[in-house]
Design a protein around this ligand. Structure first.
Ligand code: TRH
Length: 398
């Protein structure tokens, strides 16, 4: 069985561990890979996967070996594939072990060019990058970067929206599961302890940063003239929402009614349940990277709040996505979608009426977009092929 080590440093929020956790589970479940996930913040992992015990240094969960990444890092044999997620720096001791094992392998190869090394040959070190729809990603995906002073090199692996990138995370059965739930969603509403939507009601999930103009959006929904039900999993935006509702706090199970708006507070959901929430809502407000991708697989209209970056680099990222996403979308619907994103991402007054009048067109487009993305190979399978191409086969021993 081939072993992979995945390293995740949680910067803030849940996106870094959200991506690493999905990837780890998929590699274990679909490829039989022995994944060891090193994460420095187990509490964040526990939020998205309640089966994880944040007090344990080592545990197995959903087919993945979860290890608390603390210093000093233990002495151990590095895996055949080493994934450094989002440029997190690998532990020095681990890099030193990679260096000495690579030197031994080279020495053995020199001694006996025809024999496979006792350590099983090559190792691939990959830096898994953040997702962007920008054009330059295609040119950088797969590039190698030699270490400045050690005899090691790592590859840059970029997720993306085209066949020339690393693709997007998508489990084998994801779309079939989504279709089944969307065909009959009553059980899911019941699971969330919520009533099924009534005809004419727009159900919307809301996951955003506290910088979003939430008050303006809630005002727009309250006065929209048609029923809107907003489902809000517990998040930082809750304080702002409570303030808007004139309450000192809101907790899961609470509900607020203002004009046309019914606001229902949900607990922070396990990752699989959050997916299901996206599948059953008519429109999903998402953020960052992982919820943004999952909302695309939900094949429902979405509104993305991008993670703020230094030097306003996020503006280009947002534009790049919108210009890809809007291809093939009717001009008036595309204009409404872009205007809505601009105001949502810049603290403006999102015009819900102007946006949602196109909901039928936006719905058809969201389904077509998901279908188009599903034509490309998914990120895990691309990563496995990439490692095979660079010398780590499915059967390499660790
Ligand atoms: O939490 P985020 O803002 O993460 C961000 C981004 O990834 C950003 O690119 C990165 O630089 C920054 O973190 C450090 O948003 P994101 O990416 O959508 O991740 C949220 C995760 O939380 C995702 O895996 C879905 C999950 N989630 C649940 O499991 N349950 C829930 O109830 C909700 C609302 C989210």
């Amino acid at each position: 069985m081939v072993h992979w080590d995945i390293f995740c440093h949680v910067i803030d929020n849940y996106g870094d561990i959200g991506v690493c956790w999905r990837l780890s589970r998929q590699l274990a479940a679909e490829y039989g890979i022995a994944v060891r996930l090193w994460v420095d913040d187990l509490a964040s992992l526990q939020r998205i996967c309640p089966y994880v015990d944040a007090s344990l240094e080592a545990q197995h969960c959903q087919g993945v070996e979860v290890r608390h990444w603390v210093e000093p890092f233990p002495d151990l044999m590095p895996a055949k594939v080493v994934i450094e997620a989002f440029g997190c720096e690998l532990p020095q001791r681990y890099v030193a072990a990679m260096t000495s094992s690579s030197a031994r392998v080279q020495q053995q190869a020199r001694n006996n060019a025809t024999t496979t090394t006792g350590e099983g040959g090559r190792r691939v070190w990959v830096n898994l990058e953040y997702l962007s729809a920008e054009q330059w990603v295609e040119g950088c995906h797969g590039l190698i970067s030699p270490h400045p002073c050690l005899p090691l090199a790592k590859y840059f692996f970029f997720p993306g929206f085209t066949a020339a990138t690393g693709g997007l995370l998508r489990e084998n059965d994801l779309l079939a599961q989504r279709d089944a739930v969307q065909h009959d969603s009553a059980e899911i509403w019941c699971r969330f302890d919520l009533s099924c939507p009534v005809p004419g009601e727009a159900t919307v999930s809301l996951f955003c940063y506290d910088s979003a103009p939430v008050d303006n959006l809630l005002d727009a929904w309250a006065s929209s003239g048609a029923p809107v039900r907003c489902l809000l999993p517990e998040s930082k935006a809750l304080a702002q929402v409570a303030n808007w509702a004139g309450q000192s706090s809101l907790t899961p199970g609470d509900s607020v009614q203002r004009g046309c708006l019914t606001l229902q507070i949900l607990p922070f959901l396990p990752q699989e349940d959050y997916d299901r929430l996206l599948w059953v809502c008519d429109c999903n407000f998402v953020r960052g990277e992982d919820s943004f991708v999952r909302a695309q697989w939900a094949a429902r209209p979405l509104v993305w709040q991008i993670y703020l970056q230094q030097d306003d680099a996020h503006h280009l990222k947002l534009e790049a996505f919108l210009s890809r996403y809007c291809q093939g979308l009717a001009a008036d619907a595309a204009a409404a979608l872009c205007a809505f994103h601009q105001s949502w991402n810049s603290g403006g007054r999102p015009d819900w009426g102007n946006f949602w009048q196109h909901h039928a067109v936006l719905q058809a487009h969201a389904a077509a977009w998901a279908g188009q993305l599903a034509q490309f190979a998914d990120l895990a399978s691309n990563l496995v092929s990439f490692c095979q191409h660079h010398g780590v086969s499915k059967n390499s021993s660790s």
